[in-house]
Design a binder for this molecule. Structure first.
Ligand code: NIG
Ligand code: FE
Length: 416
C-alpha cells in the first residue's frame, strides 16, 4: 500500500461512519479503535484501523505524525458561519448584556444594518484580510471545512464581493470554503417596508449573477417575523432551487413561524437555529431528511433557551452542531465551547456531539460523501488531540485540544 503520510501511536481513533447523515440513535454509533494508525495517500485516507493490522507499505512514508498516544478524530466541519464581514458590533453585545433584546436592536435599525454599512464600505482586500485571520483561528481549532454566507451587502455589488472573497480565500488557505448566497438576511434601507420587493430583486438581479459566476452552492434566508416571513422565504427558496442551488434556512430562531416546516416542504438540506420549532415541523423535517443544525453558541450569546437537540435526536432527526460565527448575535468560532454546551445544555451525548460536528455537519453541506469521517477513500482531514479520548472534547470545557491538523493529507498545523 502506498502512503505519503502515516499517523502512528494513536491512543484512540474515534469517528462516525458512513457517507450520509446519521439520524437518531445512529448518531451515537462511533467506530472506536485503540492503538490505531492511519495511512494517507496524497489527499485521501488509504487505510485506518488497529496499528497491528496496518498493511505493508510500499516504502517508508515521506511524512509521519506521532500522535503520542492522543486521540484522532475527523476534522470539524463548521456548517454555518457568516465569517466575511466589515466592522464590529461590540456596543450591541453590551447592550444585550444589559437586557436589550436582539430583535429590538434590529428593529431600531441597528444590528445587521450596521454590519451592512461597514461591509459595503470595505474593499475586497480588507474583507479578505479580516476573514483570513478568522479562518486561521478556525483551523487552529480543528475546522477543516467551513460554510460562509453572504448577506452583509444586500446590494448586488457587495453580495458578489463577499462571495468572491470566499472564492479567493478558498484557493489561498487550507480550510475548504463552501459558499452560500444569503441575500435575504435583512431588509436593506432601500427596500424598507417592502420585503417582497427585495426578494424580487434578489431573484431577478442577484441569483442569476451568483449562478453565472459559480459563486455559491447554497442559498439561505432569515425566515423570521418582521424580516422575511413564510411566503417571501418560500418564493426565494423555490426560485433558488429551480436554478440548481441547494437551500437552507435560518428557521424558528426568535419566533415560532414555521420555518422548520417550510424547510421540509422545499427539500432544504438543513434548517438552522430551530430554538422555537414546533414538534410537528420537526417531525416533517425528520421525514424529509432535513439536517437540524443547532447553534448553541448563539443561544448562549443571546441568552435564549437552547434548541431541543435531545428531543430532536430522540425523534429521529440528524442533528449537526455549528458555530454561527457572526459579528452580531454570536461572535465566536469556539468549537470547544459549542461541544461543551451541546453536552451540558442541549443534552446530547459526546458521541452524538462528535457526529454532529463532523459527519452530520458535512451532510448539512452535501459533503458527507467525501468528508466528515475517517474512512478509506475519504479526504484526509483529521485532528490529533492533546488528549487521550474524544470524550475530552466536551469534558475539558471550552479548551482547544487540537494538537495537529491534517488537511487533505497535509500537516497544516502542529502543536509547539
Ligand atoms: O444566524 N439571525 C440572523 N443572522 C445571524 C445573525 C447575524 C447578525 O446579527 O449579524 C444569525 O444569528
Ligand atoms: Fe446565522
Amino acid at each position: 500500500m502506498r502512503a505519503t503520510l502515516l499517523i502512528e501511536n494513536i491512543g484512540e481513533l474515534a469517528t462516525p461512519v458512513g457517507s450520509s447523515a446519521r439520524a437518531g440513535a445512529r448518531m451515537r454509533e462511533l467506530r472506536i479503535v485503540r492503538d490505531a494508525a492511519v495511512a494517507v495517500d496524497v489527499e485521501t485516507i488509504a487505510w485506518a484501523g488497529p496499528a497491528s493490522e496496518l498493511p505493508r507499505l510500499d516504502g517508508p512514508p515521506p511524512e509521519r505524525v506521532d500522535a503520542r498516544g492522543g486521540a484522532v478524530v475527523p476534522g470539524f466541519v463548521d456548517s454555518h458561519t457568516h465569517f466575511v464581514f466589515g466592522g464590529y458590533r461590540d456596543d450591541e453585545f453590551f447592550w444585550r448584556a444589559e437586557g436589550l433584546p436582539y430583535m429590538e436592536i434590529h428593529a431600531r435599525g441597528g444590528g445587521i444594518a450596521n454590519t451592512v454599512r461597514d461591509t459595503r464600505n470595505a474593499s475586497a482586500e480588507e474583507l479578505e484580510a479580516s476573514a483570513a485571520a478568522r479562518l486561521e483561528r478556525m483551523l487552529g481549532l480543528g475546522v477543516t471545512t467551513v460554510e460562509g454566507k453572504s448577506g452583509y451587502g444586500l446590494d448586488l455589488e457587495t453580495e458578489l464581493r463577499q462571495l468572491e472573497v470566499m472564492r479567493l480565500l478558498d484557493a489561498r488557505q487550507p480550510v475548504d470554503i463552501v459558499s452560500t448566497y444569503m441575500g435575504p438576511h435583512s431588509i436593506p434601507v432601500e427596500y424598507k417596508g417592502n420585503p417582497s420587493g427585495y426578494i424580487d430583486f434578489a431573484i431577478r438581479e442577484v441569483l442569476p449573477r451568483v449562478k453565472e459566476g459559480g459563486l455559491a452552492r447554497f442559498c439561505d434566508v432569515f425566515c423570521e417575523r418582521g424580516v422575511f416571513e413564510l411566503d417571501d422565504s418560500r418564493r426565494f427558496l423555490e426560485a433558488a432551487r429551480s436554478m440548481g442551488f441547494g437551500v437552507k434556512l435560518h428557521a424558528d430562531e426568535i419566533v415560532r413561524l414555521g420555518g422548520a416546516g417550510l424547510a421540509a416542504a422545499v427539500g432544504a438540506v438543513s434548517a438552522d437555529h430551530l430554538l422555537k420549532a414546533s414538534d410537528d415541523d420537526l417531525g416533517a423535517m425528520a421525514e424529509a431528511g432535513v439536517v437540524a443544525t443547532c447553534l448553541p453558541l448563539t443561544a448562549f450569546s443571546l441568552r435564549e433557551p437552547y434548541a431541543p437537540a435531545r428531543a430532536m435526536v430522540d425523534r429521529g432527526l440528524a442533528v449537526a452542531v455549528a458555530s454561527d460565527l457572526n459579528p452580531g448575535s454570536c461572535y465566536s468560532q469556539s468549537i470547544p465551547l459549542a461541544a461543551a454546551l451541546a453536552v451540558l445544555y442541549m443534552g446530547m451525548t459526546i458521541e452524538e456531539t462528535l457526529t454532529a460536528l463532523t459527519l452530520n455537519a458535512a451532510a448539512a453541506l452535501g459533503l458527507a460523501g467525501d468528508r466528515g469521517s475517517i474512512e478509506a477513500g475519504k479526504l484526509a482531514d483529521l485532528l490529533v488531540l492533546d488528549a487521550p479520548s474524544y470524550r475530552h472534547l466536551a469534558y475539558h470545557v471550552g479548551m482547544n485540544l487540537v494538537g495537529a491538523v491534517v488537511k487533505r493529507g497535509k500537516i497544516v498545523g502542529v502543536r509547539a
